[in-house]
Design a protein around this ligand. Sequence first.
Ligand code: ADP
Ligand code: ADP
Length: 228
Amino acid sequence: ERIIVVEDLHFKYPDGTWALRGLSFSIARGKKVALMGHNGAGKSTLLWHLNGLFLPQQGKVQVEGREITPSTEKWVRTRVGLVFQDPDDQVFSTTVKEDVAFGPRNLGLSPAEVEKRVQAALVAVGMLEYQDRAPQNLSYGQKKRVAIAGVLAMEPEVILLDEPLAFLDPAAQANLYFLLEELHRQGKTLLVATHDVDFAASWAEQVLILKEGKLLAQGEPELLLNED
Ligand code: ADP
Ligand code: ADP
């Protein structure tokens, strides 16, 4: 089943910059996908389209067979979670626990269900003992884990991560790798934007390479061996 389908997607920023110029691809449910390409290739702009933060100006995006439109964008955000590159764009509550609870509470879940999801998400990222701390006082790597927990607590089917390994120390990278493997075992579809060729080659089942807002190549990680 193709859980994500992107067809002829175009997007121009208000200043006239074309970030996406006719992008098409699809992703099967449960796959581990690496999204690669130089700075400015359009990776972040694409991720913003996949969970409905941006709506297509031309072309379309489908999630689980439904096109993203103004009437489905709220639903899409419950199915597709996005972990931003910079956790300071995502982590803003007064305590870690409140931060992770924000999304599920917005879904209108019962307090008991919210609590259950928050605890499970904090355990998954190894941050349970920090639940009453202020996120502002945590390290970069810890904030990143709180941001990931906030997305996990929404229980999305698809998880998008923008440069999740950047600025993490090797131990934190190894832990994140382990977490991604666990999410894969649970059947989640994972799309990771990364510059890290070694990571993409060893982790991904499918690689998408963007260039100037278009798909330059896609396939198994072996194709990276032919790239610069
Ligand atoms: P990547 O994530 O691969 O680095 P981006 O999606 O951030 O690529 O950027 C794609 C293109 O859009 C680049 O040319 C970038 O300079 C431009 N761009 C990104 N954000 C904005 C913005 N807010 N306003 C204008 N242009 C932007
Ligand atoms: P810092 O930015 O201060 O290095 P990190 O979050 O990168 O903070 O790492 C702090 C500690 O937490 C490290 O010892 C790291 O191994 C551990 N750690 C990082 N990510 C996870 C995780 N997902 N689960 C459990 N422990 C983790």
